[in-house]
Design a protein around this ligand. Structure first.
Ligand SMILES: Nc1ncnc2c1ncn2[C@@H]1O[C@H](COP(=O)(O)OP(=O)(O)OP(=O)(O)O)[C@@H](O)[C@H]1O
Ligand SMILES: [Mg+2]
Length: 743
């Protein structure tokens, strides 16, 4: 089928043809024949790179241009949301029936907000979590959605993301029974079951536009699925590295999947050391620019420094601990062919189009706290493998698992390469997860009786697979908890959320965390300090696993806890009565001490060394602390606690920036973080007023503050820079940039 023959407005066809797509891929044709453009619900299950997005694009544009509808595109990952947003942007050239242009929006951030500005957009790209949160706020425009696209719907099987996705779909179906659902999936065994749940047609194909060779690397030989084998030149002692070097020689790029953030960073460093020699001079110069951009963006951190360092040498790492801006630079630079090897955690496993001729799956095991190592699913392996050989970039691709022994090589061939992906199971019926969804269902008025709740959860994939009875007991137990903790009220048949319950649901925190916060808020606290709040949030389940003390630290932490005992605002377990609870408590104290070190302006390196935490854990702790302090402040407003509120507000800001109180006014300026703020403060620029009066040359003379930033600061505070002063500064900057890239 030709693009020109599609039954969509000709302006759409022209744009698609202009982007290079003149003929549809077979899976696309099948999807259209199955009624995707006639408003039918559809599950399209088709291999990686088989062009599922185009079907979504066509459907979306039909809704917007012909039906005056509104579209939501759900993705499981931010990197994927970025990519889809960029791809959809070309359609803003189209005009709707009212003459206005098609508008594309993206929303992936801050969970406690309704983002009313999204109302203006026709197509909204978002993450599953963000849309769950928007639904909890009952954002008004949600009722106008006429098409929902669920990308990577097989992630229903993911313990964390899956439940959110199925609840979001169930809610959208309830809000708007006429909504069209288009679900895009990898090829899985039980597509029909998902389709039945969504009352959808399904199309399954095995077609892939670009050949993907899968194999196992053992020492210097790759054994492929089809019986072929290939020797890799042994340039170093590391087989993966040799494979990446061979790929570079053939003009390609490599994407390496690592099991943890730490491994991703270590691998990138290792690769960078070897590939540098293979880079041309202009390539190095250009990478130098990227490295400088990384350093100039936001505050310098240990992560941004090591990222810049590896980028300079042609490698990079990508994980959830990186800032959005940094991730963008890396993704773009890899797409432009500059970065030769990119190491990533599963943040890049799903959906993205990258020029990776070779994908290396470095480790097929994952580690989970309290669970140990376990092998990843076939489905996840196939997704990672599918990042290789994307039609836009390569004519072929290969995906390679790394084995250490011949026995392991056999196992990998059998269990991954030749294996079929698993069935998809709903992961909803877990108390921790259901607690929050039950409350949200009542609070956002998706149900207001017990019966209504059963009916709502009766629409989930879980109920479809296991029937509603299976989940009733759990719901009843959760209802009792929510009632006892005053998050819901019951009048006869009616179940309503209290103000507390509603706020908890919107804040997107676990009701158990909210109870801990509320109970602490209600106490009379004679001795309320930073530590009080930092420990209290570390005690909530939303903080995630606590930072466990090493045995050599235990005594010191126990002594610290004893000395600060009056400051704790949750019950402190007695060591001799409950050793397990006490051990957990010490972990909470260590977590709090780590956050405290952060806001006392200890450097990241010092924190990592002192507490022996992984950088990833440090960032997670800081991120979660920020979010939980926000929740604390909001709940504090509800309870009107005068003692808590100012402290919670101040700590939220301080944790966000990692600064002492005195730096708060300075770090509000864009481009100024904890390090630059401290430089300015120590140089005597302690207030905005002081900065206003400072001659710009004095600012540029400070370490880490170049002319660009100095001008940006002046612009923000209303200072004026003369044109000729600026020109002089700019010349200086150009010279500096040149010097930086040449040496
Ligand atoms: N008919 C076509 N002709 C040429 N190229 C196409 C066609 N359809 C899609 N493409 C290109 O194929 C690439 C892969 O498409 P897409 O990202 O939609 O794959 P996918 O099926 O969603 O894969 P995944 O399961 O990995 O998400 C894109 O770069 C897209 O532009
Ligand atoms: Mg896709």
């Amino acid at each position: 089928m030709k693009t020109a023959d599609l039954s969509v407005p000709s302006s759409v066809k022209e744009l698609i043809i202009k982007s290079g797509i003149v003929e549809l891929y077979p899976p696309q044709e099948e999807a259209i024949k199955a009624g995707a453009l006639e408003g039918k619900n559809l599950v399209l299950a088709s291999p990686t790179a088989s062009g599922k997005t185009l079907v979504a694009e066509l459907c979306a544009l039909r809704h917007v241009l012909e039906e005056n509808g509104k579209v939501v595109y759900l993705t499981p990952l931010r990197a994927l949301a970025n990519e889809k947003f960029d791809e959809f942007k070309k359609y803003t050239a189209l005009a709707k029936s009212d003459g206005k242009r098609v508008r594309i929006g993206m929303s992936t951030g801050d969970f406690d907000s309704t983002d009313p500005w999204l109302e203006r957009y026709d197509i909204i790209v978002t993450t599953n979590e963000k849309s769950d949160s928007l639904l909890r706020h009952r954002a008004k425009w949600i009722d106008e959605i006429s098409l929902v696209i669920a990308d990577e719907v097989h992630l229903l099987n993911d313990a964390e993301r899956g439940p959110t996705l199925e609840v979001v779909l169930a809610r959208l179906m309830q809000v708007n029974p006429g909504i069209q659902i288009l679900a895009l999936s990898a090829t899985i065994n039980n597509v029909d079951e998902i389709a039945e749940w969504l009352k959808a047609e399904h199309v399954t194909t095995e077609w892939r536009p670009v050949t993907l060779k899968e194999g196992v690397l053992l020492n210097d030989e790759i054994q492929y699925k089809d019986g072929d084998a290939r020797r890799i030149e042994k340039e170093t002692r590391d087989p993966s590295l040799n494979l990446a070097l061979a790929t570079i020689k053939s003009g390609g790029q490599t994407l390496v999947f690592a099991s943890t953030r730490k491994n991703a960073v270590t691998l990138a460093k290792k690769f960078a050391g070897e590939i540098e020699a293979a880079l041309s001079k202009p390539a190095k110069r250009s990478l130098g620019h990227d490295a400088e951009r990384i350093l100039a963006m936001g505050e310098r951190t240990r992560i941004s420094e090591s990222l810049a360092e590896v980028v300079r040498r042609g490698a990079a790492f990508h994980h959830a601990g990186l800032g959005g801006g940094h991730r963008r630079i890396i993704e773009d630079s890899f797409r432009q062919g500059k970065i030769k090897v990119l190491t990533a955690t599963p943040t890049l496993a799903f959906g993205v189009n990258l020029p990776a001729r070779t994908v290396i799956v470095q480790d097929y095991r994952r580690y989970e706290e309290g669970y140990g190592y376990y092998p990843i699913s076939v489905l996840e392996y196939k997704q990672m493998a599918g990042r290789a050989g994307r039609p836009k970039y390569d004519k072929y691709g290969e995906a390679i698992l790394v084995a250490k022994t011949a026995d392991e090589a056999d196992y990998l061939l059998e269990s991954y390469i030749l294996a079929r992906p698993e069935r998809i199971w709903s992961r909803l019926a877990v108390e921790r997860i259901m607690r929050s969804h039950v409350l949200a269902t009542i609070a956002a008025d998706f149900a207001h009786t017990e019966q209504g709740l059963y009916e709502f959860f009766g629409k989930t994939f879980y109920a479809h697979q296991y029937d509603t009875e299976a989940i009733k007991g759990l719901i009843a137990k959760i209802l009792k908890y929510l009632y006892d903790e005053e998050m819901i009220e019951v009048f006869g048949e009616d179940v309503n959320a209290t103000r507390f319950g509603k706020r908890v649901s919107e804040l997107y925190i676990d009701p158990v965390s909210a109870v801990i916060i509320r109970n602490s808020l209600k106490r009379e606290n004679a001795c309320l300090t930073d530590l009080s709040l930092l420990h209290m949030i570390a005690h909530t389940p939303d903080m995630g696993p606590v930072l466990r003390p090493y045995s050599h630290e235990e005594d010191a932490i126990a002594v610290f806890a004893e000395e600060h005992k009056p400051e704790f605002i949750t019950d402190v377990p007695a060591e001799w009565e409950d050793a397990i609870a006490y051990g957990e408590f010490l972990g909470e104290v260590k977590t709090a001490m780590t956050s405290q070190a952060w806001i006392e302006e200890m450097t990241e390196d010092q924190i990592i060394e002192k507490f022996r935490v992984q950088p990833g854990d440090l960032y997670r702790t800081i991120e979660n602390a920020k979010w939980l302090l926000h929740a604390t402040r909001e709940l504090g407003m509800l309870y009107g606690n005068r003692q808590f509120l100012p402290l919670a507000r101040e700590l939220e800001e301080r944790v966000g920036k990692g600064v002492k109180k005195e730096l708060l006014p300075l770090v509000k300026l864009e481009g100024v973080g904890r390090v630059r703020g401290r430089v300015m403060y120590n140089a005597g620029y302690k207030t905005i007023e002081g900065l206003k009066h400072a001659p710009i040359q004095n600012l540029t003379n400070l370490p880490l503050i170049g002319p660009k930033l100095a001008k940006k600061i002046k612009e923000q505070i209303g200072g004026f820079v003369k044109k000729d002063t600026w020109e002089k500064l700019e010349k200086g900057e150009e010279w500096k940039q040149k010097a930086l890239t040449e040496y």
